[in-house]
Design a protein around this ligand. Structure first.
Ligand code: HEC
Length: 105
């Protein structure tokens, strides 16, 4: 009996952690001289598969470098992870690569 209680406590606290952490974090680290294209291929392409030569279709309000950088650094919901290690030149060249190779909705 005691075991069952302990197990259900463990299960409910891990469910709480899952629910409260509504966004995921990636610990991807780019190499110092990586281009935007290299970073995209290493960190993003697994989820953002290019279609007809476009790496993604951006909503109008996302089609600028500031919005892309904000989304990459902070993530969104359960699907899009936050990339805390992408900053400075690396996140800027990544944002420019995404902009140049995306369609806009
Ligand atoms: C584990 C899967 C995954 C990875 C890896 C990933 N993304 Fe995403 N991304 C998503 C999902 C899912 C969404 C849609 C989230 C939403 O709007 O709720 C999204 C949305 C976005 C958007 C917003 C598009 C729009 O118009 O709303 C941008 C920009 C973006 N991702 C860029 C990137 C970049 C750049 C990388 C690599 C550093 C990356 N993503 C890595 C899953 C991923």
């Amino acid at each position: 009996m005691r075991r069952i209680v302990t197990l259900s406590l463990a299960l409910s606290s891990s469910a709480l952690i899952l629910l409260s952490g509504c966004s995921r974090t990636s610990d991807y680290m780019p190499s110092g001289d990586a281009t935007g294209e290299q970073i995209f291929k290493e960190a993003c392409v697994e989820c953002h598969t290019p279609v007809n030569g476009n790496v993604m279709v951006l909503k109008a309000e996302m089609a600028n470098p500031e919005a892309i950088i904000e989304r990459v650094r902070n993530g969104k919901g359960m699907g899009m992870p936050a990339f805390r290690n992408l900053m400075g030149d690396s996140v800027e060249s990544l944002a420019n690569y995404v902009l140049e190779n995306s369609a806009t909705q």
